[in-house]
Ligand binder design. Structure first.
Ligand SMILES: NC(=O)C1=CN([C@@H]2O[C@H](COP(=O)(O)OP(=O)(O)OC[C@H]3O[C@@H](n4cnc5c(N)ncnc54)[C@H](OP(=O)(O)O)[C@@H]3O)[C@@H](O)[C@H]2O)C=CC1
Ligand SMILES: CC(=O)N[C@@H](CCC(=O)OP(=O)(O)O)C(=O)O
Length: 345
């Protein structure tokens, strides 16, 4: 099976190169960027010397669809919506890491991404790739919309309590923090070393584009979920997302009971690790790996549950989950090529 990566000069793209370079079933055939043509990828990323000998090439849709079985789009939002329809010819399957295909209502995309949306037919065709909860549909997808990094962490943490209707969905608060690689290599303007390092910022307050994505999936699971509050913060570290979720319980439950429920729901999921009772994950526990680690506690004093969910934003939050989905789409074992352990310390 052959793969191409478009947006290979970015952080999501270079993580895909790392994973595909040692994937036993998928070979990395070609890599593309919009600004480089016939430039060795090692010019951009010297750490890839003797690992990846490919050149970054200018995007050539005809060439791509004639040469590969799958294309990963690791490009900014607004770009995939132009490329995906062209690439979906010739049996090529597309795995899009951007936000272009995630929101089923194009009006939501207009409101939150402040750009013109793709046509509804493509949104209808796109399959949302939250792997653990959409596995059977993903297997038949030709156009895969990989979830956002924050939504992946929040939704995996919330799925059991929402689906089992354990929480009162009207007062849901998701407090999230991300390392700076989440903003991509084309840094957003608020990330200057002097302002980011030794500092901690909240950003896009009540305006974050992942709010409608999280809301959409929660309401699909339980229509009684009300408007959520979601806050994103920038941590002065490279990788990792921690979401801390607060929700009132709809009925009394102990930590032990809730913990048992999480364990039974995620028991067979290799990439979701429900931590031991009383234990909470840290970002280093998942750095460099495709795991989502979850810790839970019921505060009987307030009748609220605290759920902590951690991922590596470039792995389970982007390239790792994209490979997990591609594996399913091509009938390959879901964990194939994703055996990298967390890097510790
Ligand atoms: N970083 C993360 O943790 C996560 C990122 N994502 C999503 O993945 C996508 C990629 O993000 P990330 O890798 O972080 O971003 P980067 O800014 O690091 O990389 C973006 C890539 O897209 C290319 N690009 C830019 N403009 C265009 C264009 N007009 N046409 C084609 N290619 C273009 C850039 O290369 P060049 O300028 O050379 O063309 C670069 O290779 C985004 O949609 C992001 O939202 C999703 C989850 C997590
Ligand atoms: C730290 C940081 O800046 N993170 C980015 C994540 C962007 C992203 O992945 O967004 P889409 O895929 O939805 O475009 C942000 O908060 O906007």
């Amino acid at each position: 099976m052959k793969a191409a990566v478009i947006g290979a000069s970015g952080y999501g793209g270079v993580e895909l190169i790392r994973l595909l370079s040692r994937h036993p079933e998928i070979s990395l055939h070609s890599i593309y960027s919009s600004s480089k043509d016939q430039v060795p990828v090692t010019n951009e990323y010297p750490h890839l010397h003797s690992i990846c000998t490919l050149n970054l090439e200018k995007i050539d849709v005809e060439k791509i669809i004639n040469e590969v079985d799958m294309v990963f789009l690791a490009v900014p939002s607004g770009v995939s919506k132009e490329l995906s329809p062209q690439l979906l010819k010739n049996n090529t399957k597309v795995i899009d890491l951007s936000g272009d295909l995630r929101l089923k209502n194009p009006e939501d995309y207009k409101t939150w991404y402040k750009k013109a949306p793709i046509e509804q037919t493509w949104l209808d065709k796109a399959v949302y790739g939250l792997t653990e909860w959409n596995r059977e549909t993903i297997k038949n997808a030709t156009l895969l919309s990989n979830p956002g990094c924050y939504p992946t962490a929040a939704l995996l943490g919330l799925a059991p309590v929402v689906q089992e209707k354990i929480i009162d969905g009207n007062h849901l608060i998701i407090d999230a923090k991300s390392g700076v690689s989440g903003a991509g290599r084309g840094l957003s303007t608020n990330i200057h070393f002097a302002e980011m390092y030794n500092n901690f910022n909240i950003y896009k307050v009540n305006q974050h584009q992942h709010i409608p994505e999280i809301q959409q999936q929660l309401v699909e699971w339980d229509q009684h979920i009300g408007p959520i509050t979601f806050s994103a913060h920038l941590l002065p570290i490279t990788r990792g997302i921690m979401t801390t979720i607060y929700a009132p319980l709809a009925r009394p439950m102990t930590t032990k009971e809730l913990h048992e429920l999480y364990q039974s729901i995620y028991e067979k999921e290799y990439f979701v690790r429900v931590r031991s009772l009383g234990e909470f994950p840290s970002l280093k526990d998942v750095a460099g790996a495709n795991f989502c680690d979850i810790g839970i506690d019921v505060d009987e004093r307030t009748n609220r549950v605290t759920i902590v969910s951690t991922i590596d934003n470039l792995m389970k939050g982007a390239a790792g989950q994209a490979i997990q989905n591609a594996n399913l789409m091509f009938g390959i074992d879901e964990t194939c090529g994703l055996d990298s352990f967390p890097i510790y310390p």
